[in-house]
Design a protein around this ligand. Structure first.
Ligand code: NI
Length: 168
């Protein structure tokens, strides 16, 4: 297993669109294990392959407090949504930034697991938020891009300031 390095916004590679996974092989299973390890170590509740510069439709999520409910979503597609909720989100690719985002309250999602078996997840609340947030990553979208232009500009200047402080 290995810890993978996470891209930070506004890295342009976060805007690449991920390709469908066609081959469910050992390399894919290694990627899934490494992504899970990286997510738990961060710590975070979700990670998309895009964030580790692998542009394939692979997501790992674990919203449990005990870190024992790993969900692996490969080639995820939303079959239906219901309601809306606003939740404060953060992202391992945008450290230190937490903002409210409006999303669907419930989602029905179909995906493959690491062995290529298709299954469905009916999610609500935090898990539903997390699935939608990670699926955005696969489309090349970072959660701050749901915010107003003004807020995005403020976030960018905060990130640049933090980076300068770190470099100094
Ligand atoms: Ni994220």
């Amino acid at each position: 297993m290995a810890l993978l390095s996470i891209l930070h916004y506004p890295d342009p590679r976060l805007h690449k669109v991920a390709a469908r996974v066609e081959l469910f092989d050992d390399a894919l299973r290694t990627l899934v294990r490494d992504m899970a390890e990286t997510m738990y170590a961060a710590p975070g509740v979700g990670l998309a392959a895009t964030q580790v510069d692998v542009h394939k439709q692979v997501i790992v999520i674990d919203v449990s407090e005990t870190h024992d409910d790993l969900k692996v979503l490969i080639n995820p597609r939303i079959l239906s949504t219901a309601g809306t909720q606003t939740c404060e989100e953060g992202c391992l690719s945008v450290p230190g930034v937490y903002e409210d985002v409006r999303r669907a309250e419930r989602v029905l999602v179909e995906a493959e697991n690491a062995d290529g078996r298709t299954y469905a997840i009916e999610a609500e609340g935090l898990l539903a938020v997390c699935i939608q947030h990670e699926m955005d990553h696969l489309k090349g979208k970072v959660f701050v891009e749901h915010l107003s232009r003004l807020k995005q500009m403020r976030i960018r200047s905060k990130i640049e300031k933090d980076a300068r402080r770190k470099a100094a």
